[in-house]
Design a protein around this ligand. Structure first.
Ligand SMILES: Cc1cc2nc3c(=O)[nH]c(=O)nc-3n(C[C@H](O)[C@H](O)[C@H](O)COP(=O)(O)O)c2cc1C
Length: 205
């Protein structure tokens, strides 16, 4: 009986080692396109004037909505503005709703991105902001993997809050609230990585 236990334990160890080896072979860090994509992404604040083709945006947005969401509620709505006239109209409506703000600051809040993605959440669901954050990151990372730069933008949301006509133009459903914007386009700059603090991360034993 003791010999059988020793043989079984030996078998388990061999299987575990083979499993770890297999995982290492399949998913190495070196040359891993996903890790490389995540680590090389930067916020882009200078763009080439050309827009992003709608079929490319379609792929990026499909990646966005394939993000996980609480109970698969997909508690987001997304509006994409790639038409310069519509963008100018929205800027104008935002400026009208924020008369105390320098109109240049409102125009500048989009960082010159040719495509703007507006994301609204459903405040009735307590994890909705998380859903939208995950959607946003999928959009930005899939975009980056296709050479499309992006910047996550909070400031337009603040301006939109005071601009009902701009919000009406975006046409979110009743009850949905803009939570974040993403500016997108082909990068005209290659910024250095911003520092990160790994001290905020800890293994707990
Ligand atoms: C919630 C949120 C709001 C942000 N708002 C703005 C913004 O209004 N304007 C801007 O230029 N960048 C904005 N950013 C981009 C951050 O400044 C940027 O992600 C951060 O400095 C790290 O740089 P990196 O994205 O290049 O790694 C925002 C990012 C997040 C996540």
């Amino acid at each position: 009986m003791k010999t059988l236990h020793i043989i079984l334990a030996g078998l388990c160890l061999t299987l575990a080692a083979a499993c770890a080896q297999q995982q290492n072979n399949d998913r190495t860090e070196e040359g891993n396109a996903v890790i490389e994509n995540i680590m090389s992404r930067r916020s882009i604040r200078a763009y080439k004037p050309c827009t992003v083709a709608r079929d490319t945006m379609q792929t990026i947005l499909e990646c966005g909505i394939n993000a996980p969401s609480g109970m698969n509620r997909q508690s987001w709505e997304v509006r994409v503005v790639d038409n310069p006239e519509t963008k100018a109209e929205i800027v104008q409506l935002m400026a009208a709703g924020n008369p105390d703000v320098d109109p240049g600051a409102i125009k500048g809040c989009f960082r010159g991105a040719p495509v703007m993605v507006f994301i609204a959440n459903d405040p009735a669901y307590d994890f909705s902001v998380i859903d939208c954050g995950l959607l946003s990151e999928n959009i930005m990372l899939s975009g980056w993997s296709l050479g499309v730069g992006s910047v996550c933008l909070g400031s337009p949301v603040r301006f939109l809050r005071n601009a009902p006509e701009a919000l009406a133009k975006l046409g979110f459903s009743e009850g949905y609230t803009p939570v974040i914007c993403i500016g997108m386009g082909y990068p005209a700059e290659s910024p250095e990585a911003k520092p990160r603090d790994f001290g905020k991360v800890r293994f707990v034993d």
